[in-house]
Design a protein. Structure first.
Length: 242
C-alpha cells in the first residue's frame, strides 16, 4: 500500500493482473494468521483480524483460504512463527518510506530491504527515523456509482464519526481515527454502501513532489520492488504522485 493517496493504491491494486493474485493471497493469509495468533480467532473481538479479513475479502480471497489462515493462527492447523517488523528510511530526494513486514527470519529480510533501498538511490534508516512524519488513520475507498445524493452521503459519513470525506474524482476517500474505523464502516455498510477497499493505514503529514525523471523512476522501482518482496505487507510513502 504505497503512496499518500489510498485512492491511487485502490486503483493500482484493482488493476493488478491475475497472475499476481497468488502472491497477494499468500501475504493476506500471513497477515490473517498472525492477527489470529496474537488476538484470537473471533474478528468481533480482534480488531486486527477484522481488518485483515476485510482486506482479504476486498481482494476476492476465497473464504476457504481465509478460514484456513485463521485456523493456522489459532493452532488448529499448525502455525508459522512470523513476527511484524517495520523498516524506515528515505527514497530519492528525501521521500519518507515505511515498510511493514511479516517475517520468519529477520536475518533474511533486513538485508533484502536494505539492498532495495540502496539499489534505487534510497537509504534505510534507524527505527523511528520517519514514522513520526505519519499519522495512523482508517481509510475507506468507494466508487461514486450508486450514490444518488453526494451531500447527503458526506453528511452521513461525518455524523457517523468520519474525520473527513475527500472527492477523488471517480470515488470518495473517507478518513477516520483508528478507534472509529470499525463503527464508521459498519454504519455505512448498514446504509447499503460498499467499499472497494478499506484499511487502517499511515498517511504522511506532509508530502514530497518529485520532478527529476530519474528520481521518479527510482521511486517507482523502489516501491514496486518492495511490494514484490514476499515478506513485505505494506509500503507507505510521503511521495506526492501526480
Amino acid at each position: 500500500m504505497s503512496g499518500h493517496s489510498k485512492w491511487n493504491n485502490i486503483k493500482n491494486k484493482k488493476g493488478k493482473e491475475d497472475a499476481k493474485k497468488g502472491k497477494i493471497f499468500t501475504k493476506l493469509a500471513r497477515q490473517i494468521t498472525v492477527a489470529a495468533k496474537e488476538g484470537g480467532s473471533d474478528p468481533e473481538y480482534n480488531a486486527s483480524l477484522k481488518v485483515a479479513i476485510d482486506k482479504a475479502k476486498a481482494e476476492n480471497m476465497p473464504n476457504d483460504n481465509i478460514d484456513r489462515a485463521i485456523k493456522k493462527g489459532s493452532g488448529e492447523e499448525g502455525s508459522d512463527d512470523f513476527e511484524e517488523v517495520v523498516y524506515e528510511g528515505y527514497g530519492p530526494n528525501g521521500v519518507a518510506v515505511m515498510v511493514n513486514c511479516l517475517t520468519d527470519n529477520r536475518n533474511r529480510t533486513a538485508p533484502e530491504i536494505r539492498h532495495l533501498f540502496d539499489k534505487y538511490n534510497g537509504n534505510l534508516g534507524q527505527p523511528g527515523c520517519v514514522s513520526f512524519m505519519f499519522d495512523q488513520k482508517g481509510v475507506f475507498g468507494l466508487l461514486k456509482d450508486g450514490i444518488e445524493d453526494e451531500d447527503e452521503f458526506t453528511l452521513k459519513a461525518l455524523e457517523y464519526g468520519a474525520e473527513d470525506v475527500k472527492d477523488m474524482g471517480e470515488g470518495y476517500e473517507i478518513i477516520t481515527s483508528p478507534d472509529d474505523y470499525h463503527s464508521v464502516r459498519k454504519s455505512l455498510e448498514d446504509e447499503g454502501y460498499s467499499f472497494v477497499e478499506s484499511d487502517i493505514t499511515y498517511i504522511p503529514q506532509t508530502t514530497v513532489s518529485l520532478t527529476d525523471e530519474k528520481d521518479i523512476s527510482n521511486m517507482e522501482k523502489l516501491v514496486d520492488a518492495l511490494e514484490d518482496n514476499d515478506d513485505v505487507q505494506d509500503v507507505f510513502t510521503s511521495w506526492e504522485r501526480d
